[in-house]
Design a binder for this molecule. Structure first.
Ligand code: FPP
Ligand code: MG
Ligand code: MG
Length: 387
């Protein structure tokens, strides 16, 4: 094993790769409609942690070369992944500007004439295949689309320290922008050429919606509250990390039955749940200045997360408030007081720690490498984060 002090900083190890992932995203989201172009790129303008791409890239790096089909995937991985712009952006095809000179039919309609240039699309870089880099971008696009829709549903005024997309452009355009991003992500996903990965990644989108629906339902019976909360947490957060990570390992040539697929899935699942539990703590502990979004939003939205569910065990009086989703005047403040005088936050943190430890433990079958060390370090970072 690698000692704590020599574990590489996960965000520094692949900083150049993450910058590339972000930069090339703008090419995938271009549209000849200026409105759509602007809103699709909006949530990528502010800096973000890029945690999801990082998990994918690190698992790719840690497992490439280990799978039965590595050599085959390595050859497939250098195929051209670029989306020809005129095919991706249909508006271009049907938006003829008045020609200044008469273009020949083939000049005008050659669908391969322009491509969204992506320097990583042709070669292996940092031991990571272009298909895996592209998967990191696809997963970040799905995440951004879900945030656009989430900010409509939650009526949130802020995201990543700036005015939210629905606030800036209105709900209709925010919803449409999210749908547009999903369309581009789907096209890029198909280009990876692996139906298993297409199915796996498509199921993330279903899970995100299922998680959101689960959260909208009336509060579950007390006996089911924890099970429903953890299931929702998997659907809305951990599924994306688990299946994204597994997809990267599949693209690296690990076949059905090889343990690395399960390692990746279990890592993403456990890390994702730990991440969301910490998110739910920060909603109680941190304010707008550190979060870049309003704090205390969950109770306002009627949601009882980990801290409130633990507080319920210590102060049964909070039960009726949870059941009516804090919808009476004073409920939110009263619930916050109960949580504060309970050990709800502390116990949620312990639970997050347990999931993070699980995430670290499942890495044991991987051979030692910088990427493995960074994945281990990431489990500590996720529970220690303050924003
Ligand atoms: C943020 O949670 C939201 C999500 C993790 C997923 C939301 C999913 C949907 C709205 C379903 C539609 C999905 C797609 C792909 C179009 P939060 O509201 O708890 O966190 P926040 O504080 O960051 O807003
Ligand atoms: Mg939400
Ligand atoms: Mg929200």
């Amino acid at each position: 094993g690698i000692s704590t002090s020599t574990r590489p900083d996960p965000f520094i190890l692949l900083a150049d790769h993450l910058a590339q992932v972000r930069g090339a995203l703008f090419d995938l989201l271009g549209s000849s409609s200026p409105t759509l172009d602007e809103i699709a790129k909006y949530y990528f303008l502010q800096p973000s942690k890029q945690l999801r791409p990082l998990i994918i890239l690190l698992l790719a790096q840690a497992t490439n070369g280990l799978g039965k089909n590595w050599e085959k995937r390595r050859l497939e991985g250098v195929q051209d992944l670029d989306l020809p712009l005129s095919r991706a952006d249909v508006l271009n095809d049907f938006n003829p500007s008045i020609p200044t000179k008469t273009a020949s039919f083939s000049e005008k309609w050659d669908i391969h004439s322009t491509t969204a240039a992506n320097p990583t699309s042709q070669k292996e870089w940092n031991g990571i295949l272009p298909t895996q880099t592209r998967l990191a971008q696809i997963v970040e696009m799905i995440h951004a689309a879900s945030l656009l829709h989430d900010d409509v549903i939650d009526e949130s005024p802020l995201r990543r320290g700036a005015v939210s997309a629905p606030q800036a452009y209105g709900s209709k355009l925010a919803v449409l922008g999210g749908n547009f991003i999903l369309g581009r992500a789907s096209a890029a996903l198909a280009r990876l050429g692996d139906p298993e990965v297409v199915e796996l990644i498509a199921s993330i989108i279903s899970n995100l919606v299922e998680g959101e629906i689960l959260q909208m339902k009336e509060a579950p019976a007390p006996a089911n509250a924890w099970r429903v909360y953890l299931q929702k947490t998997y659907m809305k957060t951990a599924s994306l990390m688990a299946k994204g990570a597994r997809g990267a390992v599949v693209l690296g040539g690990c076949t059905e039955g090889e343990i690395y697929r399960e390692v990746a899935y279990a890592y993403g699942r456990n890390l994702g749940i730990a991440f969301q539990l910490v998110d739910d703590i920060l909603d109680y502990e941190a304010g707008e200045a550190t979060l870049g979004k309003p704090g205390g939003a969950d109770l306002q939205l009627g949601l009882a997360t980990g801290p409130a569910l633990f507080a319920w065990e210590e102060h049964p009086e909070i039960g009726p408030l949870i059941e009516r989703k804090f919808n009476q005047p004073g409920d939110v403040e009263l619930a916050r007081d109960y949580v504060r005088k309970s050990s709800g936050v502390e116990r949620t943190r312990d639970l997050a720690l347990a999931y993070a430890e699980q995430a670290r433990d499942v890495l044991v079958p991987l051979p030692d490498s910088d990427a493995k060390g960074a994945l281990e370090a990431l489990t500590g970072r996720v529970v220690k984060r303050k924003s």
